[in-house]
Design a protein around this ligand. Sequence first.
Ligand code: PMP
Length: 362
Amino acid sequence: MTERIHNFNPGPAALPLSVLEKVQAEMLNFRDSGMSILEISHRSDLFGEVLASARNRARRLFNLPDNYRVLFIQGGASLQFAMAPMNFLGTGDRADYINTGTWATKAFEQATLLGKNVRYAASSEDQSFSCIPTKADIDTGARYVHITSNNTIRGTQWRTYPDTGGIPLVCDMCSDMLSRPVPVEKFGLIYAGAQKNLGPAGLTLVIIREDMLLWNPDAVMPTLMRYKTYSDHYSMYNTPPCFGIYVAEKVMAWLEEDIGGLEAMASLNAAKAERLYGALDATDFYQGTAAEADRSLMNVTFRLRHRDLEAIFIKEALAAGLGGLKGHKSVGGCRASLYNATGMDAVESLVAFMKNFEKRMG
Ligand code: PMP
């Protein structure tokens, strides 16, 4: 492959070309320091400016009220599965989880592993996670309700967030963070690994309501597991994931300055998804797997009516410059991930390929 492909990877995933070009241009000599960003001290003024800018851009993009903090952490979303219950649930505290797929299950499992008092308030497991539960039996005494805003594997998404009667949502927003505006006041904690809509793997963006930093002050836990450590030290208690933060700052600059913010991004994302779902629905050669009302705008999951053609479809697509279309190994089939940096041009190319494939094979 000598040219860049249309990238439908589920994560790590496509980044805006202009961001990659800027990273490339600055790689040998970052802002006349004579060094790359990879080689400078995290305590330097130069890096301090990058970190502050990343934090401020996240604040503006999410339109964060003053009582929310932005933290940059390592360990991926999977570490957050454990950190959230550790930090928020003391002796006698309870929390509810809503099970919408593999990642939601893993989040729940970490809470139970830690001996926390958690239960499922709703689940779509009996429908093979093809939809979002319509009702949840929320415990009014729960400290938080955990949801997964977008289910990367099954291709479902919370289009509107559940009504919890004021109990804060703790949300795994890995695969749709920064794809649309978010009503932040409903959330106590938002977390996401960067590797889909924000930047390189190794960085986790965390947004936390500040009173929740003090919810479980007496619990014994490693210093780096405590959200307050990151908040008190502006995410610089120890060496932060500098390169990830640097790329994320550029991706958020692209979102703010080139795209025009999350409203604009959401319209572009809706148009891309509508185009692809429209093409899927126009024929029974392809079959969407998620319930229509709950379809993800980020991960479009589908099967071919002739299952034995799926491997050929994926192989030929790649040869035609369309990469990353294989479904998750746990469910098979096909999946086109349409994160922010995957443009309508990529979707148009995929739709054209799909029509042509059907004509030849159908
Ligand atoms: N949650 C969701 C919704 C995901 O899609 C993923 C990764 N695909 C994870 C959690 C796990 O993230 P990480 O690898 O950063 O731990």
